[in-house]
Design a binder for this molecule. Structure first.
Ligand code: FMN
Length: 305
């Protein structure tokens, strides 16, 4: 029976009932989506990006639609780690699904400090290190574009915590395998990819870039083929589990990422278009496995054989 299909997966010690997560920055702290469905049905929830101190984010506009996705320049608006712990964690810690904190910093020391602070939280499932944010002036993306700096950030977080570490990689690089290997060498237990691709838009009436920071992050269906290619490449380069994301809107997309090597997938921009997307994808995966008479484990990376 379809409802008996086992979708559970263990990603670097994070036990999930199914492989469908929500991507950082597209689900807030999970407050809003509870109106649409029971968020305990997800595989895991990833918080929006947290920084040591509160951040106001970038001035508007922050979002711009494109034909097959969106550009965003949110700039990591968040309350800061201390307020997160005081105001969001009491509720999040009661969830039955694993909660993963996504962290960012301007310096290696920022990452160390925030990781140390979050490590004290009981029940926190893992840290996802964002070394790939294109929308901030310092840190972020810069750490994810050089193997050496990726190594240093992940190593600092490794020294700060016993929690599983997921390094989130940027697609804005020439050789993603090199960055992936550096992150794993430094102690990452899993990798997630991809973050947004650098893009831009120009307002033809003002003859100026739409965004104050000129460039912004492209996400949604437009980036899916790039994301899939990168998951494929990274799967061939490292042994740790991969969380695949970038333009996933349907269960068929999710199956493609799993066949390319992802042990789990994350749904991002699709949440804005169809809040039920993660639940529909979970159901679609179940039916697919049932009809194919196969197991999730047997699909992971199967397209490489
Ligand atoms: C509005 C918005 C905010 C985001 N904020 C974060 C963030 O804080 N930290 C992070 O690691 N990724 C962030 N991302 C990237 C997503 O988690 C995801 O990696 C990317 O959007 C690709 O997946 P998608 O095409 O399914 O959206 C953000 C994406 C969007 C669209």
């Amino acid at each position: 029976m379809v409802h008996e299909i086992d979708l559970s997966v263990n990603v670097a010690g994070i036990k999930m009932q199914n492989p469908v997560m929500v991507a950082s920055g597209t689900f807030g702290f999970g407050n809003e989506y509870g109106d649409f469905y029971d968020i305990n049905k997800l595989g895991a929830l990833v918080t929006k990006g947290l920084t040591l101190l509160p951040r106001e984010g970038n001035p508007p506009p922050r979002i711009h639609e494109t034909p097959a996705g969106m550009l965003n320049s949110v700039g990591l608006e968040n309350p800061g780690v201390q307020k997160f712990i005081e105001e969001e964690w009491p509720r999040l810690s009661q969830l039955k699904v694993p909660v993963i904190a996504n962290i960012s910093g301007d310096t290696v020391d920022d990452y160390y400090k925030i990781a140390k602070q979050l490590s004290s939280l009981e029940n926190l499932a893992a840290l996802e290190i964002n070394i790939s944010c294109p929308n901030v002036a310092k840190g972020g993306l810069a750490f994810g574009q050089e193997p050496q700096s990726a190594f240093e950030v992940v190593k600092a977080v490794r020294e700060a915590t016993q929690l599983p570490i997921i390094a989130k990689l940027s697609p804005n690089v020439t050789h993603i395998q090199e960055i992936a290997k550096a992150a794993v060498d430094a102690g990452a237990d899993a990798l997630s990819l991809i973050n947004t691709l650098l893009g831009m838009a120009i307002d033809i009436h003002s003859a100026k870039p739409v965004f104050h920071r000129t460039f912004a992050g492209l996400s949604g269906p437009a980036v899916k083929p790039v994301a899939l290619r990168m998951v494929w490449e990274v799967y061939e380069a490292v042994q740790v589990p991969i969380i695949g994301m970038g333009g996933i809107t349907s269960w068929q997309d999710a199956v493609e990422f799993i066949l390319a090597g992802a042990s789990a997938v994350a749904i991002g921009t699709a949440n804005f278009v169809n809040p039920m997307a993660p639940i529909e994808i979970i159901e679609g995966l179940k039916t697919f496995l049932y009809l194919q008479e196969t197991k999730l484990q047997d699909l992971i990376g199967a397209a490489h054989q």
